[in-house]
Design a protein around this ligand. Structure first.
Ligand SMILES: Cc1cc2nc3c(=O)[nH]c(=O)nc-3n(C[C@H](O)[C@H](O)[C@H](O)COP(=O)(O)OP(=O)(O)OC[C@H]3O[C@@H](n4cnc5c(N)ncnc54)[C@H](O)[C@@H]3O)c2cc1C
Length: 424
């Protein structure tokens, strides 16, 4: 436990990026008693990259984890340090333009390194593993969580950070008089792999392809597909995600008994991009054993809180990865909640209005990020109704499209939440 003088008992269910980041910040405040419950036997992330926009990097710094992040994160070297992605035609790698985020550019990290860096700083006794929450109820101003092992835990406040398949989301929605929400398949699948950057460099040299395409994060665009590359592990690995979309159905379905992530073959991946150019072909030929991810998101929820229970991260607003923003939104949730809960005004009596302020401030922005993430995929894949395959329009649209997302001021969010609570 954080402190023997704790006054407010908070449970966090789910030890992904959002849950661990929140736990780490809350643990620093002696009036809070934090317990984190994770279903798996240990913290774990997939072996892939994750990139953070300028807004997410500010949330990381605000959560007090800026230094460990800096130690493991990749930045593109000068003179391209401000570029998020360069945009290129998939067929011939022709340059279409770039998106620039001054001061941050592309900030990326290996997922497992990031979660490790967070988890290592959690004081002992905060995290409990092999604890899968299955049921929640509220009795006499307390929340009771039941786990599959038959145990239960009582607290003043429960924050569910249990991901897109959240088991606690339905409790909140039911409380709001809304039917359960299940993740929806987007029709898009992503081939993922990591390439040793020296291997890719040698392959590009042999094929006479410009190594600039390795040095600067790239996004290759085409009809119903796009491919991104950025470095992780201080440039030793190149993270590759190759998206293909089937837009033949307005309501695509992923077979119920099929896992969302599975192994696939290089031949299958190469076939999906067979009409694309050499830069893409050589890139994909360096991934002998890709995985295939069926991408799901959530519809926009009518609310993130009910009673003494709140949702953060993908449990609240899982989105498509096309703006590289999902984890960053979870970090913004964690930052705002942590700032509110750290305030000395907080007692077991006022956590409901506090959650209400969190919901009112965070939900409109997270919903907009969900919506624009879906739309970004259509834009990249030449299916935007206005831009279509007009390269000039594509280039000017992409140059400024993300500014509102990256330039958001989370301090204004906090001021608005505090004002709603009457904490001036
Ligand atoms: C292909 C792809 C690329 C992406 N790229 C980016 C990117 O570049 N940038 C970005 O910001 N985002 C990106 N995202 C999105 C990002 O991965 C997610 O938004 C983020 O990881 C969600 O974190 P989370 O902590 O909310 O949930 P999760 O990471 O899903 O963590 C949930 C945790 O809860 C645990 N759990 C689940 N159920 C229970 C239960 N009942 N009881 C206890 N524990 C439970 C799970 O074991 C897990 O540890 C990408 C997503 C995909 C699919």
């Amino acid at each position: 436990m954080c402190s023997s003088q704790s006054t407010l008992q908070i449970a966090i269910v789910g030890g992904g990026i959002a849950g661990v980041a929140l736990a780490l910040d809350l643990c620093r405040h002696p009036h809070l008693n934090i317990q984190l419950f994770e279903a798996a036997p240990a913290f774990g992330e997939v072996g892939a990259g994750v990139s953070f926009g300028a807004n997410a990097v500010r949330a990381i710094e605000g959560l007090g984890i800026g230094k460990p992040y800096e130690l493991i994160a990749d930045r593109t070297s000068a003179p391209w340090q401000d570029i998020w992605f360069e945009w290129r035609r998939g067929t011939d790698a022709g340059y279409l333009g770039n998106s620039v985020a001054p001061g941050v550019g592309q900030s990326s990290v290996h997922r497992a390194d990031f979660l490790d860096a967070l988890a290592q700083q959690l004081p002992p006794g905060i995290a409990c593993f092999d604890k899968r929450a299955v049921q929640v109820d509220e009795v006499d101003e307390r929340v009771r969580i039941r786990f599959t092992d038959g145990t239960q835990y009582e607290c003043d406040l429960l924050i569910a950070a249990d991901g897109i398949k959240s088991s606690i989301r339905d409790y909140v929605l039911q409380g709001l008089g809304h039917p359960a929400v299940v993740p929806r398949f987007s029709g898009t699948c992503a081939y993922r792999g990591m390439i040793d950057s020296e291997t890719l460099r040698a392959a590009y040299r042999a094929a006479d392809i410009d190594e600039h395409l390795i040095n600067v994060p790239q996004m290759y665009l085409g009809l119903d597909g796009h491919i991104l590359t950025f470095p992780v592990k201080k440039g030793r690995l190149i993270n590759v995600v190759a998206f293909v979309s089937d837009r033949s159905s307005p309501d695509p379905q992923w077979p119920q008994d099929t896992p969302w992530v599975k192994n696939t073959t290089q031949a299958d991946m190469l076939q999906a991009f067979s009409s694309w150019g050499d830069a893409v072909r050589v890139l994909l030929e360096c991934i002998p054993a890709p995985t295939l991810w069926a991408l799901h998101d959530l519809e926009e929820l009518p609310g993130y809180v009910h009673g003494r229970v709140g949702l953060i991260g993908d449990a609240a607003h899982a989105m498509l990865p096309h703006q590289g923003a999902g984890a960053g939104q979870g970090l913004e949730d964690a930052w705002l909640l942590a700032r509110l809960l750290a305030d000395p005004h907080v007692t077991a009596e006022n956590v409901k209005p506090l959650l209400g302020a969190y919901n009112d401030v965070r939900r409109p922005r997270a919903c907009r990020v969900q919506r624009t993430s879906l739309e970004a995929g259509e834009l990249y894949e030449m299916r935007d109704g206005h831009v279509s395959d007009n390269e000039q329009l594509l280039s000017t649209t992409l140059a400024s499209r993300f500014d509102w997302l990256w330039n958001h001021d989370i301090e204004v969010d906090l001021a608005n939440a505090r004002s709603q609570l009457g904490w001036q």
